[in-house]
Design a protein around this ligand. Structure first.
Ligand SMILES: NC(=O)C1=CN([C@@H]2O[C@H](COP(=O)(O)OP(=O)(O)OC[C@H]3O[C@@H](n4cnc5c(N)ncnc54)[C@H](O)[C@@H]3O)[C@@H](O)[C@H]2O)C=CC1
Ligand SMILES: O=C(CO)COP(=O)(O)O
Length: 350
């Protein structure tokens, strides 16, 4: 469909994902589509990877209480957010799909959707991670776009889910090359307290979210060691430069300004280094001396860490190209998580 028809097209929205961020976004979108029913179908289906919750199906409990009792407890999702365990049913009839699952699950999930998405469907990826395979690296908007043969935008920013779910003020960035489609996504997500900026730099927006997770792990190590604020600020600065350098080296055409001007860049880096899950678990890695895997299990109640796995994927990609030494902070995080390098040796590495 030509993009100038998008403004008048009514969108039926479905979410592929229902974790901590997925549920917070479902609530926000659910409220907006009720108020903007001229532009959007007033119900949103949310695909849930089904599991048991206290002896019942999680989807049943969500639909009965209108609350994701496991991944976003205590928050009313609204009665127009409907949890659906069958992926094909969840997306049936939708012409706008929001992809919001931990990045390690996207390949399998897309496989189930291949060939089932009508032409002209719009997609947006809220996933923070990169896809590394066969020595190549891709952002998830591209992966989704290629696998499902649809256009796919990106949304990323300083958006700790629990804060967005409480309607605390946040900003975000939508990366989308088609201005009419971008406006429609903005209308879907924006509220007075959730401010949306639009950028054409889909790659920069996506990489900001993916790469900051690795820096947040490093910041968590610093806090675990109680090295103070100067040290953490240094990690953020060094990390931001590595993020920018990586983007420009491997994704030519990325706008360097995205990293310093957009919520998807520096603001996300800061909030994640102050209070994200990657930061929290990395601090515990130092204080408790357990593996990231065990700590994720113990501390996150089913939520998933993205930074440690991203560090591994970046390392594999960089090593393959002989470039790991050019990214000492990313490489250090990998070595701490997977090779037993001690966090307190950080200054000898970066
Ligand atoms: N939580 C947050 O504050 C934010 C998260 N993000 C990003 O959004 C993406 C999704 O994160 P969350 O919604 O927080 O997820 P989460 O961290 O809460 O992960 C749990 C979700 O993963 C699902 N899951 C578990 N095994 C699965 C499988 N085999 N296949 C498919 N799904 C499975 C669970 O059912 C649950 O819905 C991530 O890339 C994250 O970095 C972005 C902004 C904020
Ligand atoms: O992306 C986030 C905030 O914008 C959340 O980061 P964590 O996954 O580290 O909690």
């Amino acid at each position: 469909m030509p993009s100038n028809d998008v403004a008048s097209q009514k969108w039926k929205v479905a979410l592929v994902g229902s974790g901590n961020w997925g549920s917070a976004i479902a609530r926000l979108v659910g409220k907006n589509i009720k108020e903007r029913s001229d532009q959007f179908d007033p119900e949103v289906k949310m695909w849930c990877y089904e599991e048991d919750f206290e002896g019942r199906k999680l989807t049943e409990v969500i639909n009965e209480k209108h609350e994701n009792v496991k991944y976003l407890p205590g928050v009313d999702l609204g009665d127009n957010v409907v949890a659906e365990p069958d992926l094909a049913k969840a997306i049936e009839g939708a012409n706008a799909l929001i992809f919001v699952i931990p990045h390690q699950f996207i390949a399998k999930t897309c496989e189930q959707l291949e060939g089932k998405i009508p032409k002209g469907t719009h997609g947006i990826s809220l996933i923070k991670g990169v896809d590394v395979k066969n020595g190549e690296i891709h952002i998830f908007s591209e992966v989704i776009s290629e696998k499902l043969n649809i256009e796919c935008a990106a949304l990323s920013g300083a958006n700790i889910a629990n804060e967005v779910a409480q309607d605390s003020f946040s900003e975000t960035t939508i990366g989308c090359r088609d201005i009419d489609v971008a406006k429609k996504w903005k209308a879907l997500f924006e509220t007075e307290k959730f401010r949306v900026a639009v950028s054409e730099d889909v790659v920069g927006v996506s990489l900001g979210g993916a790469l900051k997770n690795v820096v947040a792990v490093a910041a968590g190590l610093i806090d675990g060691m109680q090295w103070g604020n100067n040290a953490k600020a240094a990690i953020m600065r060094i990390g931001l430069l590595e993020m920018k350098r990586f983007a420009l080296e491997f994704f030519p055409g990325t706008q360097p300004d995205t990293f310093v001007q957009e919520s998807a860049g520096i603001a996300d880096l800061i909030t994640s280094c102050l209070g994200g899950r990657n930061h929290k678990v990395a601090a515990a890695f130092v204080t408790k001396g357990k593996s990231f895997e065990d700590l994720e299990e113990e501390m996150l109640n089913g939520q998933k860490l993205q930074g440690v796995q991203t560090a591994k994927e970046l390392y594999q990609f960089l090593k393959n190209r002989g470039r790991e030494e050019a990214y000492p902070l990313f490489t250090f995080v990998y070595r701490v998580a997977y090779e037993g390098v001690k966090p307190d040796t950080i200054t000898a590495h970066i």
